[in-house]
Design a protein around this ligand. Structure first.
Ligand SMILES: C=CC1=C(C)c2cc3[nH]c(cc4nc(cc5[nH]c(cc1n2)c(C)c5CCC(=O)O)C(CCC(=O)O)=C4C)c(C)c3C=C
Ligand SMILES: [Fe+2]
Length: 529
């Protein structure tokens, strides 16, 4: 099989983007053969060098001493001669310029020099007390990356968020009450930040680590204020989501983009983003370690179904807005299973999606349906692996540990286990530190005004370019909320109908926010007491 690739080597550490782009031109080479597959080098284009650059950022330290293949348009690290490498190569067989073979001999020694390096961890945030639940939900639903209203109705975003958050709060509160009265997310993320900082310092990178949450304290704005106070000159932005989704990392980056735009200090501060890191060896190994350990707790470990439960997103994010989340999730599961195979663990596995909200279609199969289905098929042992998130949170502690466990036991599954979240597991933290270190040569390397970079298919490192790569058109999405069930669907065909629904909505929003109106008089509201 012949595959067109771009082959080049770097003669020196890629400390500057300019150096990278000039060096690759000179080092184009002929065909290479890896794992029995002939890889033909073609002319090196800047598109390819961009692919190369962005993927170095996401890779482990070991990549600096071996020969590698990078595949696009969402390239991932492929390490020959594993089976996964060949499969991925076939899967991603793409036009010239999307595969890159490289050989890099230099080490990635970094000089931090007089720069002040900061790492900004981005996360979702969670209510710390039950009183925080409704305002937290308001912030979440007011996010246009969670509910994206048609342009002409954007003015309704906040009243709608108020409405939905008030309706949902009682159910959410119940969940948070059952896990101790609040989310553990802040504590966990702070601990991860602390450990990451220690690991960076141990690796001779004296960086400060900041936590910026999207929907609760410490808000991203607060983290940015601190970054400015500390005089950080180089910033690595690291979303704490292994896989990229418009609704998670994308939303946080969108917010950062807005903050950066409005601030002179920040416009001039150099930064780079590590958009997703599920493909990193350290992360994959840490996940495999956790799974291996939990499997040993079963009486017949080899009989256990490894059940990856990922957080869902509405299907339209993937199908209409180009969210790479599903592809990245599937690849992530493949990589973990390959790692387990290397350890002679060959259990069956399933991937399903949990936590859907509202009536629109989300990624399938759904976790609850799949559990019932597997129970019916006679599966007796199941190990749940939460895979979208690296901290314990309401959806692991309540949804998986209580609801899905109960459902599984009712469905005929006899033994249920759950892999803990990675938290501050040392292999994982050390790998995150490596990811940061490997990204440092690229901080600020790409001019924001670089037009070519903006048009590239792959994430390039800066907030702006990354957002331009995914979801560039910001298409309208069906909102994933219950409210929509009674009207704002594709089947709502006439503007008259929509106008009527709008009128009802405005009345309901007014009623929910003021606590007075016809629904209260008729005893319909409040729905939850
Ligand atoms: C309504 C749309 C939502 C989308 C899309 C969504 C995507 C998404 N979320 C996570 C991770 C987490 N979400 C968490 C809480 C949470 N998420 C939504 C809604 C959407 N999430 C709601 C309404 C809530 C609040 C809890 C509830 O009422 O159910 C959390 C928990 C935080 C905590 O407090 O512990 C996490 C984590 C991912 C990874 C994701 C898409 C990939
Ligand atoms: Fe969520």
């Amino acid at each position: 099989m012949g595959v067109e690739v771009l082959a080049f080597s770097l003669p020196s550490p890629a400390s500057q983007w300019e150096r990278l782009s000039s060096s690759h031109q000179a080092s184009t080479r002929g065909a290479v053969e890896i794992g029995g597959i002939e890889l033909k080098a073609t002319a090196v284009t800047s598109q390819a060098s961009l692919s190369f650059r962005s993927h170095i950022v996401g890779q482990s330290e070991s990549c600096f001493s071996k020969r590698h293949i990078f595949a696009g348009p969402h390239p991932r690290w492929l390490e020959p001669p594993s089976a996964g490498w060949k499969r991925s190569l076939r899967k991603h067989r793409l036009p010239s310029g999307t595969l890159v073979a490289s050989e890099i001999q230099e080490s990635n020694k970094l000089s931090v020099g007089k720069e002040k390096v900061g790492v900004l961890l981005l996360n979702l945030g969670g209510p710390e007390t039950l009183d925080d639940v409704q305002p937290f939900l308001f912030n979440l639903f007011a996010d246009p990356d969670i509910i994206r209203l048609p342009r002409m109705f954007r003015f309704l975003q906040k009243p709608l968020a108020q409405f939905i958050s008030v309706l949902r709060a009682p159910k959410s509160k119940e969940g948070y009450a059952s896990i101790g009265g609040g989310s553990p997310l802040r504590k966990m993320t702070d601990a991860q930040a602390e450990e990451l900082k220690k690991s960076l310092w141990e690796k001779d990178v004296p960086a400060n680590v900041y936590v910026g949450m999207r929907y609760w304290h410490p808000f991203t704005e607060e983290a940015i204020e601190q970054i400015k106070k500390d005089g950080i000159t180089k910033l690595v932005v690291l979303p704490l989501y292994p896989q990229f989704s418009i609704s998670t990392s994308g939303s946080s980056l969108r917010l950062l983009e807005n903050i950066f735009k409005e601030d002179e200090y920040l416009v001039n501060m150099q930064h780079t983003v590590i958009p997703s890191w599920y493909q990193r060896e350290g992360y994959i190994k840490a996940m495999a370690d956790l799974i291996e350990k939990e499997l040993q707790k079963f009486d017949l470990p080899e009989e256990v179904m490894i059940f990856f439960s990922a957080h869902g997103v509405p299907l339209a994010y993937v199908e209409e807005a180009g969210d790479p989340y599903k592809a990245e999730m599937e690849e992530c599961v493949d990589l973990i299973m390959e790692e387990l195979e290397k350890r002679k663990i060959t259990n069956a596995c399933t991937l399903a999606y949990q936590s859907r909200v509202g009536p629109v279609e989300w990624l399938k199969p759904y976790t609850d349906d799949t559990i019932i289905d597997l129970g019916e098929k006679g599966v007796k042992r199941m190990l749940a692996v939460p895979i979208s998130f690296v901290s314990e949170h309401i959806e692991t502690l309540e949804e998986i540990d209580v609801e899905y466990k109960e459902l599984a036991l009712k469905s005929g599954i006899e033994k249920w286990g759950r892999v803990p979240a990675l938290g501050t597991e040392p292999t994982f933290i050390s790998d995150l530190a490596d990811a940061v270190i490997e990204s440092l040569p690229y901080v600020g390397a790409m001019a924001v005004s670089n037009l070519e970079a903006r048009q590239s298919l792959v994430p390039l490192g800066s907030v702006e370019e990354l957002l331009a790569a995914y979801d560039s058109q910001r298409r309208e999405l069906p909102p994933p909320v219950t409210f929509w069930e009674w009207g704002w669907t594709k089947s709502a065909e006439t503007w008259n109908g929509r106008a009527a629904m709008l009128a009802v909505l405005v009345l309901v929003v007014l009623e929910v926010t003021t606590g007075e109106g016809f629904l209260h008089q008729w005893g319909i509201l409040p729905l939850f007491r």
